[in-house]
Design a protein around this ligand. Sequence first.
Ligand code: ATP
Ligand code: MG
Length: 265
Amino acid sequence: MTTLAIRDVIVRYGADSDETVTALDRVSLTIEPGSFVVALGASGCGKTTLLNLMAGFLRPTSGVATFDGRPIEGPSSERGVVFQHGALMPWLNVIDNVAFGLRLKGVPRRDRHQRARGILRLVGLEGMEERRIWQLSGGMRQRVGVARALTADPDVLLMDEPLGALDALTREQMQELILDIWARTKKSVFFITHGIDEAVFMASKLLVMSPRPGRVVASIDLAFGRQFTEGAKAGEVKAQPEFIVTRERVKQLVFSSRQLAEGAL
Ligand SMILES: Nc1ncnc2c1ncn2[C@@H]1O[C@H](COP(=O)(O)OP(=O)(O)OP(=O)(O)O)[C@@H](O)[C@H]1O
Ligand SMILES: [Mg+2]
């Protein structure tokens, strides 16, 4: 099992132009094997930038991102990505979307479809193999995105606001599904959201980020998601006084970091 680490990372966009944006400012964090790390922060605080570093799509301006002790130098199947805007291929059906990475690797059609079927079962999309993407609801599409990222059997799943566009009910069902997959596969997860309730419920480690420049203002160890995966009902977990107190505390942190950033403008 492997650890992903970010050390003293600064990311500055547009370094060659007049309009420089410091998206991340001296960010450090560690994703331990099997943990569920959630980054919570307002729009524009650098969450996707952070995920792009982990995925290997972007290099830091300074500092270092490592996986298993080695610098991250590009994308790899050991780090699977679920994109903020789905990024599915509408001209392919569900199973071919899920098996796409295996096709690129040259895995024969029968083998890749067999593997994709197993993963589709895991995300609750059994029987949907032949459907086209445009025939699916938003929640189903996100499940296809999760399934596609799982097919390569990555050590860590990087999820960029996978539930952001869903209605409240579907969103809660998907939170439970993702926690369930996390518990069953024992993978590490990095999950981005701006939902405070969602962050507190799902995280085993919650990182609260401040807006512009993005910094980690708090790192909090939590166990509500674990209570759910060990059998408690989501509604019961969220109704506990401890959950409510934590949620309010986190809300305060988010608001005070925003006020600080606005004061600095
Ligand atoms: N390629 C780029 N060039 C210049 N600026 C960029 C680029 N990508 C992001 N930015 C800027 O960097 C900051 C952080 O962007 P990022 O996409 O990481 O934020 P985010 O937290 O993911 O936001 P959201 O919640 O809206 O997805 C923003 O101010 C954004 O405008
Ligand atoms: Mg983003």
